[in-house]
Design a protein around this ligand. Structure first.
Ligand code: SF4
Length: 237
C-alpha cells in the first residue's frame, strides 16, 4: 500500500502543466541552460519568499561532480550573492570538506531544498519545499551523482520521505540507499550552521567526514586526490 508520505513525495515530482514559467525552467536542455532559466524566471510559487528575495539561488560548485550536497535554504549572504553556501556556514563546510581532500567548488555541487531565502532564515514551510522540489529533482536527474549528502534535518526530511520524525539523530553519519533514487548512495551529515551553534558536535562531524573519505576511496568516487575522472564529465552531457 502506498503511504501518504510516498504519495506526497511522488506528487512533488509533478508540476502544474499550466505553470508556464516553471515548465520553461524544467524544459531546459542542459544544466547551464537550467541555471540561466531558473535565475531569470522570477518564480512566484512561494508568495512569502518573494518580498525579501534578491536572487534565486540555484547552486554553487561543479554540476559535473559525482557528489551533490543538499542544504536547507539560502541565507542572507547567499541571497545577496546569488550563490549557495557562501556565508559562515558555507565557509565552515568548505573547511570541513577540505580537511578530507574535497574541494567544494570542484568535487561537489551544493544546492538547497528551496532556492529563495525564507524571511528571518526560518525553515522552509512544507508547501514551499514541495513547490521547489521539481527544480531540485531536475538538478539531481541531470547531475546523476553517485553520492547525495543531506546536510541537516530539512534536507533529510524532504529527500527521504520515509525517514522518521527525529530520525536525523539515528541516521547521521551513516550511508544508506533510497528506493526513489536507485544506484545513488545517501549520507546524512550535520548542517554546518548547526555546528556553528553547537561546536561540540564538530568532533562527531569529524568522525563522519572520515567515513566519507573512506567511502570515496573505496568506491573510487572523484574527489581530490584522484579527481581525474571529473574531467570527462561536463555539465549538460
Ligand atoms: S523557493 Fe523555489 S518554488 Fe519557491 S519561489 Fe523560490 S524558486 Fe520558486
Amino acid at each position: 500500500m502506498t503511504s501518504n508520505k510516498t504519495a506526497d513525495f511522488k506528487s512533488s515530482l509533478q508540476f502544474d502543466f499550466l505553470d508556464t514559467p516553471t515548465n520553461k525552467v524544467l524544459g531546459a536542455e542542459n544544466y547551464g541552460d537550467f541555471q540561466k532559466r531558473l535565475r531569470e524566471s522570477n518564480c512566484q510559487r512561494c508568495p512569502e519568499l518573494l518580498e525579501g528575495r534578491t536572487h534565486i539561488v540555484v547552486d554553487r560548485g561543479n554540476p559535473a561532480a559525482q557528489i551533490v550536497a543538499i542544504g536547507e535554504a539560502p541565507g542572507e549572504n547567499e541571497d545577496e550573492q546569488g550563490k549557495a553556501f557562501v556565508g559562515r556556514a558555507g565557509q565552515l563546510l568548505d573547511k570541513i570538506m577540505e580537511s578530507v581532500g574535497i574541494n567544494t567548488n570542484k568535487d561537489m555541487l551544493i544546492v538547497n531544498v528551496v532556492k529563495c531565502r525564507p524571511p528571518a532564515n526560518r525553515p522552509p514551510k512544507p508547501q514551499e519545499a514541495v513547490s521547489c522540489l521539481p527544480y531540485l529533482h531536475w538538478q539531481l536527474k541531470k547531475v546523476n551523482p553517485k553520492l547525495i549528502i543531506l546536510l541537516g534535518a530539512t534536507a533529510a526530511k524532504h529527500l527521504v520521505p520515509n525517514i522518521k520524525e527525529g530520525g536525523m539523530r539515528e541516521r547521521v553519519g551513516q550511508f544508506f540507499d533510497s528506493a526513489d533514487f536507485p544506484g545513488v548512495k545517501f549520507l546524512i551529515l550535520y548542517h554546518p550552521a548547526y555546528l556553528l551553534r553547537d561546536p561540540r558536535k564538530k568532533v562527531e562531524m569529524w568522525e563522519h567526514v572520515k567515513l566519507l573519505r573512506k567511502w570515496l576511496d573505496e568506491t573510487k568516487t572523484a574527489a581530490i586526490p584522484g579527481a581525474a575522472c571529473l574531467a570527462g564529465r561536463q555539465a549538460g552531457e
